[in-house]
Design a protein. Sequence first.
Lengths: 403, 81
Amino acid sequence: MAEFVMPSLGADMEAGTLVEWLKKPGDAVKRGDIIAVVETQKGAIEIEVFEDGVLDAYLVELGAKVPVGTALAVIRGDGDVPAAPKAATPEPVAPAKPDVETVVPEAASAPVTLPPVGAPVAPSGRLRITPAARRLVAEKGIDPATLTGTGPDGAICLADVEGAKSGVPAKPASEQPRTGGFDMGAMRDAIAAAMARSKREIPHYYLSHRSDLTAAEAFVAGRNAGKPPEDRILIAALFVKAVAKALKKYKEFNGHYENGAFRPGESVHIGMAINIRGGGLVAPAIHDAQDLDLDTVMDKTRDLVARVRAGRFRAKELSDPTITVSSLGERGVEALFGVIYPPQVAIVGIGAPVVRPWVVEGQVVPRSTVTLTLAADHRVSDGHRGGLFLSSIDKHLQEPEKL
Amino acid sequence: MSEDRTEAALRQELHRIAPDMEIEDIDREGDLREEFDIDSMDFLNLVSALSKSLGITMPEEDYDQMGSYDAMLAYLKAHTS
């Protein structure tokens, strides 16, 4: 018997609203099946199940907003018997599941002790407060007991603490304008929370390197010649592949920094920063990029962009990128220095291609070039290795036929 | 295919990719990608859709003839007539 829980889709997510069930009680489910859709700050997310079995019962009503970690349904494994009626279960209601009050696991790099509180407490005996709010409360020396929570089940969330500071009550996110499946105000808040945390906790260092794109562009042109548009690739696919290949050797840029330690990624899941019309961005993953050929990377990128535009993507794609690649495309400026998305430890920026004078075999010639940048976490790596990693990406771009 | 249908197809696909933009508000001779705020993936999807609905190939070498709304429209008309 397993519980199907509201997943965390990133360090900035505290709760989600269940908006759709795609399976009914009694339906057989397989690992990887999409069984529910959850509305979050990042839009509607499809949630998959992680075991085989039968959906036994719903535990949460449609439309309910619940914290990360809340059980949404019971999945009966193949060997399990159907659940007994609830009344027959002798154990107390509080199951041994993750602490729902602490809705997002926080890195130990910001240890904060909750000041003892007396007054209003949740039935569990603890004040319901999110970690981000808890930290801000401690920073500002505010007594959380004086605050009114507007989060799920009255939990105190960051906005409540910020509201208390300025004397203005927190504005419910639902009042913000929506664009194409996204709550833009909530998305801005989510980006603000993640980026503020990144800049607060991660000691970034930055490197920049200019790369000759001639070989890569010629390769793409040759490959696309005579092909219908739907079979053409974009140079962005080469960037993804080049980064994935470079990470094979430079593993300290691929993974997560959590609880005071770096955990290298077992695979390369490249988060593709994709901007959303009207504002905001998300960086869902291209999974196992090291094992994919260029056409597959291109197909996956195309699919991700289409789903981001439609405001619908999968839980796994948002929660598990091990590095981010942010590309400005063909328009815009020549360099971009990224902010690392925690708990990741690096972001590769790719500027817009620019034709500039370049020296080839002693002659100055016009060449199409691109500025590659790296922002990386100094707790995990140093500039020396960062430089080698960045120039390795460049080397792979010079041999596009091997990507 | 009539010229009206060609332009209708272009408008329809542009609207699908950039639903927040009005053709009446853009500079028809300005950079198509800038005017509609579309990236290279959007542009490729636009070309894919037009190529299918109008039955033309639109090779990559011709992209520089599709730089603005008017240029794109002229290109489509020239290749569908």
